[in-house]
Design a protein around this ligand. Structure first.
Ligand code: LFR
Length: 479
């Protein structure tokens, strides 16, 4: 194995980055090349992604990466479910709509939930692609559409001219058969969605094509291959969970918390559907068996509402650490917390509707959010183990939330399990490693890639503290 440099484009709901990664047999290093915002735009009542602005930032970040590093590949990951539609000439039909837009409120499809789950294994989230398309049925835009591309695939199309659908992200549409890992055309037809919209599937590690944009070349001026990675950001993050054995659970902690386990096969039982667990396609045929918990979004939206007056994140967390534990808890999974705007008021009214007192300071509110998240993790991890029949003896927290020491400790306490925190850069690391593996510079198996990460990452460990029994009482308040 030699040393390679690759560029990882990682787009999240609030910002994106281009990162250069260098991988050798005993080292993985990341260097941030550029960082940019991702501000959705509301126009005439619809919430859109500003996709051309994002594309411009991706192109310019890749240009800088190519100028600074001898690149052998580039790969793109982003949030899931959202898409752009192309007309017969390949032109984009309108801006992609944001998954937090209200157009999918109260949308239903003519496929019974049990049948949909048995085929796709996807939990019910109102914004799944299948519901977004159901909401768009009969609109001129959908009528004119000939190709649907999920966000990373759309950017890849603009960079290379090649259309395709990377399978880990395709699984989040609820239009993929999770058992055969092929498009679920029968489900599409029953939902009134044309199967012709969906391009051929590609696998992580496949070369999509050379980047055609000016000024983006590989080492020595050679064409730069764009390589498919786990293009769903969560799939890339799970690659970089530095687990040493099979008995682990993970929390990919960012705007969302994705809480679950890695399984060899999907769990498609009625009990699993009722518990709203998802079976997303992972790397190397694995299943990401998890539940979406409304992660640090709750706190980010509170902070957006408070503005700078409430102080920095550090001061809020210090205040939260000193606040009374377990005093205020909400059900972080309640869909009322999905849309943007005035989160503190929504939390207060959620508690008031249940006759419970509400936090009155930002520090108390922050504690309420963190306690509620820890409680939701406890619930999800218990359910995941019970429904899958597998056992976890450690919880890995990866992503930006792994830096939040209070949340890590509360998670250890609430779950009664040791927590290993890090890497915070899991998504970029997973993106980089899957490219490096395709180029022959990283270990060939998930276990091997994780072992490599363990040798070069500083991880933090949290043990459950003696007071974990208090969580049963806190949990009982939500029933
Ligand atoms: C996390 C994530 C989740 C997905 C949500 C919406 O960034 O990709 O996995 O459910 O965003 O796409």
């Amino acid at each position: 194995m030699s040393t390679v440099s690759v560029a990882a484009v990682d787009l999240g709901a609030s910002g994106g980055r281009v990162i250069a990664g260098r991988v050798s047999p005993d080292l993985v290093e990341l260097h941030e090349v550029s960082r940019f915002g991702n501000e959705p735009v509301r126009a005439a009542g619809t919430l859109y992604w500003d996709i051309l602005r994002l594309y411009a930032a991706v192109e310019s970040g890749l240009r800088d990466a190519a100028a600074g590093y001898p690149l052998s590949g580039a790969g793109i990951d982003s949030w899931a479910v959202d898409y752009g539609l192309l007309d017969a000439s390949g032109a984009l039909l309108g801006n992609p709509v944001h998954y937090r837009d209200s157009r999918t409120d109260r949308i239903s499809i003519p496929v019974p939930a049990g049948e949909l789950y048995a085929v796709t294994g996807i939990q019910h989230l109102p914004f799944n692609t299948i519901y977004q398309l159901a909401a768009a049925l009969g609109t001129p835009v959908l009528d004119a559409a000939r190709t649907l591309l999920l966000i990373p695939d759309l950017l890849a199309y603009w960079l290379t001219g090649t259309a395709g659908a990377e399978v880990t992200n395709a699984s989040t549409t609820a239009l993929l058969d999770v058992t055969s890992r092929t498009w679920a055309t029968e489900i599409m037809e029953r939902a009134g969605i044309s199967p012709a919209l969906f391009p051929a599937l590609r696998q992580p590690g496949d070369v999509i094509g050379p980047v055609l944009a000016d000024g983006i070349a590989g080492a020595d001026g050679r064409p730069l291959p764009l390589i498919a990675v786990g293009s769903h950001d969560t799939a890339s993050a799970v690659v970089a969970v530095p687990a040493a054995g099979p008995d682990f659970a993970y929390i990919s902690s960012g705007t969302w918390s994705l809480v679950g386990m890695e399984l060899p096969a999907p769990v498609l039982t009625e009990a699993s559907r009722a518990a709203n667990f998802t079976n997303e396609a992972g790397i190397d045929g694995t299943i990401r068996y998890l539940r979406n918990v409304s992660g640090l979004w709750l706190l980010q939206e509170c902070q957006r509402h408070w503005g700078t007056a409430a102080g920095s994140l550090e001061s809020l967390l210090a205040g939260a650490a000193a606040a009374d534990p377990g005093r205020f808890v909400i059900d972080a999974d309640d869909p009322v917390f999905l849309p943007p705007r005035d989160m503190p008021a929504r939390i207060v009214s959620w508690l008031a509707a249940r006759g419970q007192p509400a936090p009155s300071t930002p520090a108390q509110m922050t504690r309420c959010v963190l306690d509620s998240l820890a409680l939701a993790y406890r619930r999800a991890l218990r359910d995941a183990q019970e429904l899958s029949g597998r056992h976890a003896d450690v919880v890995h927290i990866v992503g930006g939330g792994s830096r939040n020491e209070l949340l890590c400790q509360l998670t250890a306490d609430a779950c009664g399990l040791p927590v290993v925190a890090g890497p915070a850069e899991a998504t970029a690391l997973g993106n980089v490693l899957v490219q490096a593996r395709a180029l022959g510079a990283a270990p060939g198996t998930l276990d091997g890639m994780r072992a490599l990460l363990r040798t070069c990452l500083g991880l933090r460990h949290y043990m459950p503290s003696a007071s974990t029994h208090g969580w049963a009482e806190v949990a009982s308040r939500l029933r």
